[in-house]
Design a protein around this ligand. Structure first.
Ligand SMILES: Nc1ncnc2c1ncn2[C@@H]1O[C@H](COP(=O)(O)OP(=O)(O)O)[C@@H](O)[C@H]1O
Ligand SMILES: [Mg+2]
Length: 219
């Protein structure tokens, strides 16, 4: 998988939310191309539709108009569940860790799922979580530590696409720096497609390409 050139294409994508009887257009005919080996930053003001766009790209929400294709295959033809299980790993804004498991177990789940069965501590160490911290239930960890566990879980999975919604929102500058380097390695060394939604200028500036979402348009 890692030598393969993967590409995710967004074609004429529009999306609206219905609030009562009025429709709010969030995405207005967006086109974009995401290739393996590169880090993409999606920036935009709060409410500009960044999370909505990620939800569509990761097949968490159903397409309304336009298309998204992974290696030329429309997401309309793959079940959302299959697409997420096989191809995408998402670092959610709200971490989405399994609360009754330890940090190490949360990471273990992702590597077991892909049949890799690697030691979770390898990934936890990369994000600065010690073995002792790894043995704690995730809700006994701070917000910043939970965020790093969520990133470690993405590292442990074999999926070719990594998406992250504000992955450094709760981290100090030094940790943020380290996390960006990890995302860059995932793209540049492991040939993954990395898409990061962020409002941090420092994070965006380190990406290979910056896409700005404004009034429904991506530029
Ligand atoms: N499920 C929903 N129903 C209705 N409106 C929504 C829903 N989710 C998001 N919105 C609205 O869509 C806009 C874009 O939201 P979002 O994609 O979360 O933006 P961002 O991540 O850039 O802050 C906001 O105005 C938000 O209030
Ligand atoms: Mg958001």
């Amino acid at each position: 998988m890692s030598d393969k050139k993967n590409v995710l294409v967004v074609e004429n994508l529009s999306y609206s939310y219905k609030n009562g009887d009025h429709e709010q257009k969030i995405l207005d005919n967006i086109n974009a191309e995401f290739k393996s080996g590169k880090v993409y930053a999606i920036v935009g003001e709060s409410g500009s539709g960044k999370t909505t766009l990620l939800s569509l790209i990761s097949a968490l929400d159903k397409l309304q108009s336009g298309d998204i294709k992974f290696n030329n295959k429309s997401l309309k033809k793959i079940s959302g569940q299959e697409f997420r299980l096989k191809y995408v790993n998402i670092v959610f804004q709200s971490y989405n860790l399994i609360k009754y498991m330890t940090a190490a177990e949360n990471v273990q789940v992702a590597s077991d799922f892909d049949g890799r069965k690697t030691d979770p501590n390898i990934y936890l160490k990369k994000v600065g979580i010690t073995e002792d911290e790894g043995k704690r239930l995730v809700n006994k960890l701070s917000g910043g530590q939970q965020q790093r566990v969520a990133i470690a879980r993405a590292l442990a999975s074999a999926s070719p696409i990594i998406m992250a919604d504000e992955p450094t929102g709760n981290l100090d500058e030094e940790t943020e720096e380290k996390i960006i380097e990890i995302f860059k390695d995932l793209a540049h060394k492991e040939n993954k497609i990395v898409i990061i939604v962020t409002h941090s200028r420092q994070v965006a500036d380190k990406a290979d390409k910056i896409l700005t979402l404004r009034r429904g348009k991506l530029s």
